[in-house]
Design a protein around this ligand. Sequence first.
Ligand code: 9MR
Length: 366
Amino acid sequence: MKNFFIISAIVVASFLYFQNEESLKYKFENDFLIGATINQEDYQIVDEDAKAIKIVQKDFNAVTPENSMKWMHIHPEFNEFTFSNADKIVDFAKENEMYLLGHTLVWHNQVPDYIYNIKDKSTFQDHIEKHINTVVKRYQGKVDMWDVVNEALNDDGSLRKTVFLDMLGENYIEQAFSLANNADPNVALAYNDYNLYKPKKRKGAIRIINSLKDKGIRVDAVGIQAHWDLHFPSIKEIEQTIEELAATGVDVMITELDITVIPNPYELAGIAREEFKKFEGDRKWDPYQDGIPDDIQEKLTKRYKDIFELFVKHNDKISRVTFWGINDKYTWRNDNPINNRTDYPLLFDREYKEKPAYEALINLNN
Ligand code: 9MR
């Protein structure tokens, strides 16, 4: 009998402990969903990076496949789909009752080469239809929202020249949303882009959303990617972005948040990817190889605090905030555009430990 009471007490105590466990998803449960990405390439789902997976389970209630659902991975050949990695993430989201974002159906990047060899417009048209139908239908009832079109705009608000624009003309965006809607009328549909704090680009996004709506084509959300740095964009610019996008009537989501702390090679913009090779290992572009200095850590912490205070203030407009990655070890920032750098953009460090920015968010007044 005595043992029974001791065991029951332990069970109740652990239940209470885990209920109160520090966790971003509980912290912001009345504000918005909190997401992270899971990558397929060399870790996490494939190699079962257990530590990263534990973090996702403890702190997050939304997940985005960082690469596995992109065209080149899921539809690598004209007549071939490879679903295995995406399926693993879909199963993971289901087992853990997480919101799942499908990323992404139509994007000019990470498309397989065969796409460029389709010369006939009607074949191209049929093919994009097949792609959207197959992928969306496969994950019907499992994916909560699709990034239907990703990064269709130039910074000046005009449409980016892509293979989709070339082959289908300006209304490829409408076509993509209609096809996604026909494939699954219940899944939410989003337009996703970066640099939306730039007024001209933001206008372009608003134009896309309004024109879809005017034509009676369903669009439910807009994704602000949020690959930002310690200073830009300003809180004021971010606020204006959230307010103006929300005024279109669609949900606003922060879809790819990370804050780089190392120099952004803006001045190198425009040079070819291979040319960045010569900067690899150069301290000028990679100053914190031995660790993040205290003052930079403090700046990062303050930056995250300021940004989340703003998100909480607009919790009536923002329904999800997703980080682009889990910890600093595997962020895309380490390899873009210069390979092998040491960046610190996320809330968990290279040892999977919570950073001061994490604590600042857990202690935020919301
Ligand atoms: O994080 C992704 C990285 O692993 C890929 O190599 C890269 C390829 O372009 O894409 C990264 O994710 C991008 C996302 O899909 C769309 N917005 C920008 C993200 C960072 O580049």
